[in-house]
Ligand binder design. Structure first.
Ligand SMILES: *Cc1c(COP(=O)(O)O)cnc(C)c1O
Length: 459
């Protein structure tokens, strides 16, 4: 089978792309000047671009290709389902086998008090769904004034109106009149930036205390929920101090506030446990998820809902006026179910925990000796490398991301995808990465740090 559209010269794709395609999170003027990089195929942990360059994908796509590229089981599960029943909806008291099978599998692998799922097509939609469901819960509980959701600065919860509002990204809020009403933000548990002279443990307790302060400021009876990523991903792989989550859990329980763990990145094995909530022993009332749910092969997301909330939704009755045409899409659900079976039956999450994550973290910490590196963060197969300029940012030097973007460009040129968040370099490779591929990744990362340091006269 020949396919003309897969055989254009790079320059022609770039021309058409600039002429017709508005990319997400992109400066259009800057992109038009240089043209897109075009990825044409992938296998395992590697990508190939239209110029034939082979690139180690240290980001698993966008934190999502947990099983790596080219898994036949997932491809076949999707194809089989497209032949059997490419679409039917889950509205109006109807469903289909893939949605049911996936629901049951999710109940099995998620924490034990989470036994129901509401399907969406993305993490953003999962968070929008969460907002509507949390407010619906308090309405049914006879407390419609319990409306406000507390989130954190520098959180990422998606790009829809509610998702971007829950997120704590100031540049996003500045576009489009966000946040929407009823969403408040507290400071993040980012010890490197905000910890000052406190030990990480002291700072963790202090950062959790900001939640209690905010609750008291708003009035405990007005607060519906608190949302946080167990580990902040897009904000720069910010690992909270050990003392943070136990204290947050305690505060939510004390004030009867629903706890929402956004597992879009941490879920499906990323930390070496099935969910970030398992890693931190959290008992979230709602758990938005997406990304690793299908390893990115087809778009799907959802919210896991605790028995406490489900019981109210069922017992008090009345229709929940919410849903998406493609909620629980059959092909996406079939792929997600197969993804979970492979993760489970091949013991991949366990292998991350026992073998690859410890090795990855050890190699990552070796990079910490590099003169350009100020702090190393990471858990499981998540890593953050905080770069410093002529002064440590820890001591108050605000850099503007020049080091990070230079380093990221060197990575691409040298066959590695490593993302930059300001001057933090971020890693989140596929969970199937081997030790020798980790060696290759770290060796390339080290070389790109050398090149960056040289450019800035810091080696
Ligand atoms: C990516 C992400 C989202 C948004 O998911 P989309 O599928 O891009 O809408 C939400 N929360 C977290 C923690 C994420 O990393």
């Amino acid at each position: 089978m020949t396919d003309r559209t897969h055989n254009r010269p790079t320059a022609e794709w770039q021309r058409l792309d600039t002429a017709h395609h508005l990319h997400p999170f992109t400066d259009y003027k800057a992109l038009a000047k240089k043209g897109s990089r075009i990825i044409t195929r992938a296998d395992g942990v590697y990508l190939w671009d239209s110029e034939g360059n082979k690139i180690l994908d240290g980001m698993a796509g966008l934190w999502c290709v947990n099983l790596g590229y080219g898994r036949k089981e997932l491809i076949e599960a999707g194809c089989r389902q497209l032949e059997q029943l490419p679409f039917y909806n889950n509205f109006f008291q109807t469903t289909h086998p893939p949605a049911v099978e996936l629901s049951a599998l999710l109940a099995e692998v998620t924490p034990k008090h989470l036994n129901h799922v509401f399907f969406t097509n993305s993490g953003s939609e999962a968070n929008d769904t969460m907002v509507r469901m949390v407010r619906r819960y308090w309405d049914l509980m006879g407390k419609p004034w319990r409306h406000t959701i507390i989130s954190r600065k520098n959180a990422y919860h998606g790009s829809t109106m509610a998702g971007a509002s829950l997120g704590g990204m100031a540049p996003m809020h500045a576009q489009g009149g966000l946040p929407i009403p009823g969403i408040e933000h507290i400071e993040q548990p980012y010890w490197y930036m905000l910890g000052g002279g406190l030990s990480p443990d002291e700072f963790g307790r202090k950062a959790a205390g900001w939640l209690e302060d905010k609750i008291n400021q708003i009035g405990p009876d007005n607060v519906a929920a608190f949302i946080g990523e167990p580990i902040q991903g897009a904000g720069g792989v910010i690992v909270p101090p050990e003392t943070y989550w136990p204290e947050i859990s305690r505060i939510c329980k004390q004030y009867d506030i629903l706890l929402v763990a956004d597992e879009v990145i941490c879920g499906f094995g990323r930390t070496g446990e099935w969910f970030g909530s398992d890693y931190y022993a959290l008992e979230p009332d709602l758990m938005p998820m997406a990304k690793g749910m299908s390893s990115g092969y087809l778009p799907i997301g959802g919210v896991m809902v605790s028995d406490r909330v489900v019981d109210v939704l069922i017992d008090k009755g009345g229709e929940f006026f919410h849903g998406f045409t493609y909620s629980g899409h059959p092909a996406a659900a079939a792929v997600a179910a197969e993804n979970i079976r492979v993760l489970r039956d091949e013991g991949i999450v366990d292998r991350v925990k026992k073998e690859t994550a410890p090795y990855f973290q050890k190699r990552l910490r070796e990079i910490g000796d590099h003169p350009l590196v100020d702090e190393i963060r990471g858990i499981g197969l998540l890593g953050g490398i905080e770069l410093m300029g002529d002064k440590s940012r820890r001591r108050g030097f605000e850099n503007d991301g020049d080091l990070g973007s230079r380093c990221r460009d060197y990575c691409f040129e040298n066959g590695l995808v490593m993302r930059a968040v300001l001057d933090s370099m971020i890693l989140s490779p596929p969970l199937v990465i081997t030790k020798s591929e980790i060696d290759e990744l770290m060796e390339k990362a080290g070389r790109c740090l050398d090149l960056t340091a040289r450019d800035f006269g810091l080696s």
